[in-house]
Design a protein around this ligand. Structure first.
Ligand code: ADP
Ligand code: MG
Length: 722
C-alpha cells in the first residue's frame, strides 16, 4: 500500500533535483553554490532572503539624507585606491546619476577594486548614507552589484531579494538560482499544514508563500508569506514541545504522600488558610517552624504548586522563575522538606562553589534544628570530608545533599533520591541535568530554578515542556534599590558615598568587569582596584578580595568574613554575580558598567537590597555610545527584571540572550523572537488544540507534518528535561 507520505515524497524527489539543472546554473555555477550548502533545488528554495531592496522607486542622489539607508543607481566615475599608513588600502569610487554624485568607500577590500574596474554600465549600491569629507555624502562599504544591461527593466524594478552569501558566491547567482527554482519547482513544495488548520489561521499555502518570499509581488505579499513561514517554524516546535510534555506526564514517577503525613489536618485557625485544601497542614506548620520569616503569598502559591506536583504519580518538571531576591531558596527548602518527610532524599545542585556553600550554610541553619541531616559535596573539599559526605549520601544517612557538579560525578550514589533541585539552572547543560536525573530513585521529581528573568516569549520556546511557576512578589519591607549612573570623573563622590554608608554600619561590594573573557585579566583588574582602594581610598577600612582564580578554601574564607561583617568592603569579579546573599550589604559599585550586559548588571545589582535598609547601586560608566546610554538608563529607571529582560532582548537580539543558556538553544531560520512574540503565542495555542484532536499525529492528513515535528524533536532543547 502506498502511504500518503510516500505519495508526498513523489514531490520531495523533485525538490532533490541537483541545482545544476536549474536554468542558468549548470555544473560550474553549481560548484559555486555548494559553498553555501546549496546542493538541491530544495536547498535553494529554503535559502531565504535576508532582506529586500525596493527598486521600484529608487531615490535620486540629490534627495539622499545622511543617516538613512538607501539604494542608489548610477554610473561609476573614477575608481581609485590608496594605501593607508597601516599598510591597508582605501578604495573610493563616485557614483553619479542625473542629479548628482555620492562617494562609495571600502576599507581594505582589494577584491572590490578589481571588480569595480570591470564594470561597464550602471551599478546599484546599498548602504547607510553618511556625511564624509567636506560635507560630501558617502556610503561606507556599501553592498553593490553591476546591472545586467540585458535584464528587462521590469525585472530590475521590483522588490529584489538579498540573500545571505559567503566568500566567493555572488548575489546574482543565488538570485538566478532562486528565480529559476521558484518558477519551476515552488508548486512542488508539499504543504505540511492541513487545509483546515491553514484556514483557521488564515494562512496562505506554502507554495504561494515560497514564491512570494523569493519574488514578492508587493511588500504586503512578502509579509503574508513571511507570516506563514514564521507560523510553521513556531508551530512545529510547539507541537514537538507539547508532545514531549505529554510523554513526560505519562512516565511513572514518585508520588510523595504529602497529605498523609503524620498529624491531623491543620485547624481552621492556621495562618496559611489558602493552602489548607491540600491537607498538608502539618507540613505547613513545619515550614512555619523552620523558616525565620513568613512566606510571601507568591512563595506560598508556588510551594503549593510544587507540593501538588510532588504528590502526583508523574515526575515533576517544574521551572520556578523569580527575580533576584524573590526568595527561591525558601521554596526549594519547602520542596526538600516535603521529600525528606516522605522518606526520600533531596539534592540541590548549584553552579558555583560559593553558591553551594552559601546554600549549605543557610539550609543547615533551617534544617538542623528540625533534625534533618544535610551534607555538602563540592569538588575542592578535602578527601576525607568528601568521602564522609559520599558515604552518608549513599547509605541514606544524609537526607539532603547540597553541592556543585561534584554531586553528579560517577562515583556519587544516592540511597533514595526523590527530588532534585537545580539552582540557576541556565548555568547547567543538558548533560548535567540528565546525569542528576539518573541518580534518582526511579524518575526523581525535578525542580529547576532560575533568576534570569527570561521574557515570556523565550521561556515558551526554550522551556515549553516545563511547567512554570513565577514568584512575582518580593519579600515585604524591601526598599527599591536606588540606582545611579555616574561618569568615571565622579568617582570621588561615589567613594565618599560608600564611606558614609560603611560608617553607618553597612557593607559594600565593588565589582570590576570582565575583560576579554580572560580570567587572568579579570583577576588583575580586581587586584588593581583592591590595592587602589586599600592603599589610597580607604586605608582605614576592612577590605577583602574575591576572584575566580583563588583557591576554593580562600574564597570561602573571604565570603565567611564578609558574611560575619569582618569586612566592610568586598572587591570582586563577576564571581559574585549569582545568588550571593548578604543582607547587610547595601551598596554595589560596578566599575566600567558598560562592559556588562543588562541582564548581568541586573543580577549584580540583586546582591544588594536584601535587607530592610535603603540600598544603592552605582554604575560607573562612560557614555561613549548611544547604546550604553540606553542600557544605563533602563537600569536607573527600573528594577523589574522582566522589563529589563525585554529591553535586553530589544537591544541585543534574542541570539545573545538565549546564549545565557549554555546549550540547547533553539534556532530559527526566519522567525525572530523580538518581533514575532505574538505569533509564538498563536502557534502555541494552535499546537495545543491540534494535539487535543490528534495526540499522536496518526491522522493521515498529518503525515507530512510528522517529519517537520521530528526535526524539531531532535533539537537539543527538547531533551532539556529528558
Ligand atoms: P533568590 O530568589 O534570589 O535566590 P534568596 O532565596 O537568596 O533569593 O532570598 C533572598 C533573601 O530574602 C534572603 O536573605 C532570604 O532569607 C530572604 N527572604 C526570602 N523569603 C523571604 C520572606 N518571605 N520574607 C522575608 N525575607 C525573605
Ligand atoms: Mg538564589
Amino acid at each position: 500500500m502506498v502511504s500518503l507520505k510516500q505519495m508526498a515524497s513523489g514531490h520531495t524527489d523533485r525538490l532533490a533535483t541537483d541545482v545544476q539543472y536549474l536554468k542558468g546554473v549548470g555544473p560550474k555555477h553549481a560548484m559555486t553554490l555548494r559553498k553555501l550548502g546549496l546542493v538541491t533545488v530544495g536547498d535553494v528554495l529554503w535559502h531565504l532572503p535576508r532582506r529586500y531592496e525596493d527598486r521600484r522607486h529608487l531615490p535620486l542622489v540629490r534627495d539622499l539624507r545622511a543617516g538613512e539607508a538607501a539604494t542608489v543607481r548610477g554610473r561609476l566615475r573614477g575608481v581609485t585606491s590608496r594605501p593607508t599608513r597601516g599598510g591597508k588600502v582605501i578604495i573610493k569610487a563616485r557614483l553619479a546619476d542625473a542629479s548628482g554624485e555620492i562617494s562609495l568607500v571600502w576599507f581594505n577590500q582589494r577584491h572590490v577594486l578589481t571588480q569595480l574596474q570591470k564594470v561597464q554600465g550602471e551599478i546599484v549600491a546599498f548602504g547607510v548614507v553618511k556625511e564624509g569629507e567636506r560635507y560630501q555624502l558617502e556610503m561606507a562599504s556599501p553592498e553593490w552589484e553591476a546591472i545586467d544591461e540585458d535584464d528587462d527593466p521590469e525585472e530590475f524594478a521590483r522588490l529584489q531579494p538579498v540573500y545571505p552569501l559567503t566568500e566567493g558566491v555572488p548575489q546574482w547567482l543565488v538570485r538566478r538560482a532562486a528565480r529559476s527554482a521558484v518558477e519551476h519547482f515552488a508548486q512542488d513544495v508539499p504543504d505540511p499544514l492541513p487545509a483546515s488548520l491553514r484556514e483557521a489561521q488564515r494562512l496562505p499555502k506554502l507554495a504561494w508563500a515560497m514564491r512570494q518570499i523569493h519574488r514578492p509581488d508587493s511588500p504586503k505579499a512578502q509579509e503574508d508569506a513571511r507570516k506563514r513561514l514564521v507560523f510553521d517554524e513556531f508551530f512545529f516546535l510547539q507541537v514537538a514541545l507539547q508532545m514531549r510534555r505529554r510523554e513526560v506526564k505519562q512516565e511513572v514517577g514518585t508520588s510523595f504522600p504529602i497529605s498523609q503525613l503524620a498529624g491531623a489536618p491543620a485547624s481552621g485557625a492556621n495562618l496559611f488558610s489558602a493552602m489548607e485544601d491540600h491537607h498538608s497542614g502539618d507540613l505547613w506548620e513545619q515550614v512555619h517552624a523552620i523558616l525565620p520569616f513568613e512566606l510571601t503569598s507568591a512563595q506560598r502559591r508556588v510551594v503549593g504548586e510544587v507540593w501538588a506536583d510532588m504528590e502526583r504519580p508523574v515526575p515533576m518538571n517544574r521551572l520556578v522563575q523569580g527575580d533576584v531576591g524573590s526568595g527561591k531558596t525558601a521554596v526549594a527548602a519547602c520542596a526538600m522538606l516535603a521529600a525528606v518527610r516522605c522518606g526520600y532524599q533531596a539534592a540541590l545542585m548549584a553552579p558555583t562553589e560559593i553558591l553551594a556553600e552559601q546554600h549549605f550554610i543557610n539550609l543547615s541553619r533551617l534544617f538542623e534544628p528540625a533534625g534533618v541531616d544535610i551534607k555538602l559535596l563540592v569538588g575542592k573539599q578535602g578527601s576525607r570530608e568528601k568521602k564522609r559526605a559520599m558515604e552518608a549520601t549513599a547509605n541514606g544517612e544524609a537526607q539532603i545533599c547540597v553541592g556543585t557538579h561534584a554531586i553528579i560525578q560517577e562515583h556519587v550514589t544516592f540511597h533514595k533520591l526523590g527530588l532534585a533541585v537545580v539552582d540557576e539552572q541556565h548555568r547547567f547543560g543538558v548533560v548535567q541535568r540528565m546525569a542528576l536525573r539518573q541518580k534518582g530513585y526511579g524518575n526523581p521529581d525535578f525542580l529547576v530554578m532560575t533568576a534570569t528573568p527570561i521574557p515570556r516569549t523565550l521561556t515558551m520556546t526554550l522551556y515549553g515542556d516545563l511547567d512554570l511557576s513565577v514568584i512575582d512578589e518580593l519579600p515585604p519591607g524591601r526598599k527599591p534599590i536606588k540606582t545611579h549612573w555616574r561618569a568615571p570623573n565622579d568617582r570621588p563622590q561615589v567613594y565618599a558615598g560608600v564611606r558614609k554608608l560603611v560608617e553607618e554600619g553597612r557593607q559594600a561590594y565593588f565589582v570590576c568587569p570582565m575583560i576579554n573573557e580572560s580570567e587572568k585579566m579579570q583577576t588583575q583588574a580586581a587586584e588593581d582596584l583592591f590595592y587602589r582602594l586599600k592603599d589610597s581610598e580607604y586605608p582605614d577600612l576592612r577590605i577583602g578580595l574575591l576572584h575566580g582564580q583563588m583557591k576554593a578554601a580562600d574564597k570561602e574564607a573571604v565570603m565567611d568574613q564578609f558574611r560575619r561583617h569582618e569586612l566592610d568592603i568586598l572587591v570582586a569579579t563577576v564571581v559574585i554575580e549569582v545568588g550571593v546573599d548578604v543582607p547587610n550589604a547595601s551598596a554595589m559599585v560596578i566599575e566600567d558598567a558598560n562592559r556588562f550586559g543588562l541582564a548581568q548588571l541586573h543580577q549584580l545589582r540583586g546582591r544588594v537590597g536584601r535587607g530592610s535598609t535603603q540600598s544603592f547601586c552605582v554604575l560607573v560608566a562612560d557614555a561613549k555610545t548611544e547604546d550604553t546610554r540606553k542600557r544605563m538608563e533602563v537600569l536607573v529607571e527600573t528594577t523589574n527584571g522582566f522589563v529589563i529582560a525585554e529591553e535586553d532582548l530589544k537591544l541585543r537580539g534574542p541570539g545573545d540572550l538565549a546564549g545565557t543558556r549554555q546549550s540547547g538553544d533553539v534556532e530559527f531560520k526566519i522567525a525572530n523572537l523580538v518581533d514575532d512574540g505574538p505569533m509564538l503565542e498563536v502557534a502555541r495555542r494552535a499546537a495545543i488544540t491540534f494535539l487535543e484532536r490528534d495526540p499522536d499525529l496518526s491522522h493521515p492528513e498529518h503525515a507530512l507534518l510528522i517529519d517537520r515535528v521530528r526535526e524539531r524533536r531532535s533539537d537539543e532543547a527538547l531533551i532539556a528535561v529528558s
